[in-house]
Design a protein around this ligand. Sequence first.
Ligand SMILES: O=C(O)c1ccccc1N[C@@H]1O[C@H](COP(=O)(O)O)[C@@H](O)[C@H]1O
Length: 544
Amino acid sequence: MATPTAASAPTAGKGLPTILEKIQAQRLVDIAQSKRTPGTTPTDLTTLLSLNLAPPLIPVLSRMRSSITPGKTPALMAEIKRASPSKGDIALDANAASQALTYALGGASVISVLTEPTWFKGSLLDMRLARQAIDGLPNRPAILRKEFILDEYQIQEARLHGADTILLIVAMLSPARLSALYHFSLSLGMEPLVEVNNATEMSLALSLPAKLIGVNNRNLHDFNVDMGTTTRLADMVKGKDVTLCALSGIMGRGDVEKYLEEGVGAVLVGESLMRAKDTTAFIRELLGLEQGLGRTGLGLCRVKVDGVVTPEQAVKVAEAGAELVGVHLSFGKKNRVSVKQASAISLALRKVRSRFSDTSRPPSATTVSLGNESWFQAQARRLSASLTICSPLLVGIFDGDTTLEEIIRTVHLAQLDIVQLPPSAPLHYSSHIPVYTIRTLQGTSNTLSLSLAQTPGYHHLVLLECEAENSDAAKSVSELDVPLILSIVGETLTADKVQEVVEVVRPWAVCASGNVEIDGGSVDGELVGSFVQAVKAAGEGSPW
Ligand SMILES: O=C(O)c1ccccc1N[C@@H]1O[C@H](COP(=O)(O)O)[C@@H](O)[C@H]1O
């Protein structure tokens, strides 16, 4: 791969805007320095890519196009921009990871991360962290490396650090270099955003043929922003397989609406988003969405009954309306069952499920949101949707001595639907267990375990064991973004008491204990039924 130098810069002699010349010269120095650094030489990057160390890509065009409603909602490319040559410092304290998460949950389709350090105070680390922060989201935005790309080396860096697309600025590149970089990016699976500022550059972009074209309203000679630039070029892409993006100077919904009327599909917004007092509200305004909509769940609280030892008990619990049936599978536990007994319980539950399920419901009725939601919200939504067609589910409860191999074997032999892990279970277990997992935490949990509780991938739900007098702990955990199963220990939870707790803590489910937990051979179906009714009444309007 040839290394462009400042002297042999492909754009020399084109009369570039001063700032672009300066940035270009500096970037060539930076690239040469990185290429010389042991561990990041061009050979290293090629090796890292061939080892498949770049994180998985999403196709930027289809991600953006799936968010566009022509004339109404554009795809939003939300930019992380701490500073700029034209404005100086904008938001030096901005944290790339938390900004990216806010953008993603607010409804951005692309997160544009400036990685240029000198004028924009960005970095590749910013982009990597932005990607990591949104990686677990079920419908994550694409990551754009917003950079002055001059060399294939920067495109390799972009892929390795988690970009799904890169920027190519036509004004900085000769037609031959533009074409080479465009095709190199495609060869790594990334459709680039090609930036133009006039009709000549637009024709060049179309000849590539670029499918994602951004018109920069900012004149890079004098920094003057002319919002009519996009308007004047919009007709050139009409009828073509091109998503047109308006870049720079967008301050509010008024600007967006004007562009939507002109057939623009996407807007890239930097400064005004970075300065917004309420970023989420501003994103919703830009996208023309209703304000203040919180989480949309099914408004339900579910019941889990533990300690079932026979198929007959399991059926009684199902008939009483509980959605989760727990069996203890570890030695030394009260009401411990063998794998064989668990398997018989599983079979009995499978036989009766159709009686408690509504398979006539279309999937969309339970799939409340396919937009941007957190990893845990998505898990809870999917599990809740499964429960409407497949209830109750069987939970196998394990203690700290069970190995991962034993748990996986039991899942298959007993056909468990969910595995409940003890607090001490290694954090990687969940990613190896082929069903949903619940992690038990004690109400007295420290800050570390609370932060682990919220880590996507370590478990799908948290079961919080809490003394009745310590329900404040449950309240504080309930504020975490994790579906919670509340288990009040050491006290019989009456129907009245459970209503009170559910209304305060708003858990995803409650674990029946005391008066309804099975002890010995019999289950009082009526008691379980009234407990279930109390939980259902109190759970109405829950965010889950
Ligand atoms: O903003 C600048 O000073 C600038 C200078 C040189 C190249 C690009 C520049 N900014 C680009 O502006 C848009 C975002 O615009 P805005 O913040 O929403 O007005 C984006 O394309 C930046 O890369």
